[in-house]
Design a protein. Structure first.
Length: 278
């Protein structure tokens, strides 16, 4: 039976992030009953639909087609048609163009309904053994080095757990950037969640970066908040004295700052700021 409404409903339907058995009964039911499915990658979604014997028509909705497709979907909703929005994996609208469709739909006064399910960020967080009472989802960092550094600097003082997404090609570089700005915090790498080769790598950011060998698969990076470091941070004069001794021994300023940051589990920026204040 098709869903019939005077004004349509936009359903945000979670899909598996790896293991197809994570698809919910409700999600299958909704995808079969709606009039259309808005998909980020229609080829990828067709495989999922075929597995569950779903034959609902697809509309392409991605970063490149969202303007044109968004208007088409709104018109369908106004006509009373129901539409389900899906991401390639996990919850739509999380690091996903579906967020723009939700905004358009709400602004048009049309109902949006969540169909919950798998999510990579929360799956990694609950298995991290880091603080789950407060956390910030950062997602993918900006593409340019300048914007990445500005964002990391902005969140470096936050006390809550930080969650990032990263591809295998940039993972090592990102870990070193996190180390440089946030300091040598405890962290967890969650790889290939819910899949056959699911793996959790634990250690400090420095340990994870230095021991990483040809990473494969999509990663979630979970990093502990700043408050854990404030509890163990030594008085400023302690690391300043160490810095002064290194300079006295002939070590250059950049190397001295790096050595002090590593020794006291501080970010290089914190050491640099303390040094220029004396």
């Amino acid at each position: 039976m098709k869903i019939v409404n005077q004004i349509g409903i936009l359903y945000l339907c979670a899909t598996p992030i790896g293991n197809l058995e994570d698809m919910t009964f409700r999600a299958v039911k909704i995808l079969k009953e709606v009039d259309f499915i808005a998909a980020e990658d229609t080829r990828h979604t067709r495989k999922l639909l075929a597995h569950f014997d779903i034959h609902t028509p697809l509309i392409r909705y991605d970063e490149f087609s969202k303007t044109q497709s968004g208007e088409k979907i709104l018109n369908l909703l106004r006509e009373g048609k129901s539409v389900a929005c899906v991401s390639d994996a996990g919850l739509p609208a999380i690091s996903d163009p579906g967020a723009d469709l939700v905004k358009l739909t709400i602004e048009a006064g049309i109902k949006v309904c969540p169909i919950p399910g798998a999510n990579a960020a929360l799956s990694a967080l609950i298995c991290s053994a880091l603080d789950t009472t407060k956390f910030t989802f950062v997602g993918f960092l900006p593409k340019t080095a300048k914007n990445r550094h500005e964002l990391l600097t902005e969140i470096s003082t936050r006390n809550e757990t930080l969650i990032f997404y990263e591809s295998p090609h940039h993972l090592k570089k990102t870990l070193y950037e996190l180390l440089d700005v946030l300091g040598n915090r405890n962290a967890v790498l969650a790889r290939e969640l819910t899949k056959i080769h699911e793996e959790f790598l634990r250690g400090t950011l420095e340990e994870l970066a230095e021991n990483l060998n040809e990473p494969i698969g999509e990663f979630v990076i979970v990093v502990e908040g700043k408050k854990n470091f404030d509890e163990i941070r030594p008085p400023a004069e302690n690391f300043i004295d160490v810095y002064k001794n290194l300079i006295f021994q002939g070590v250059d300023k950049k190397s001295a700052i790096r050595e002090v940051a590593k020794k006291f589990n501080l970010s290089r920026r914190d050491v640099y700021n303390a040094v220029i204040n004396i």
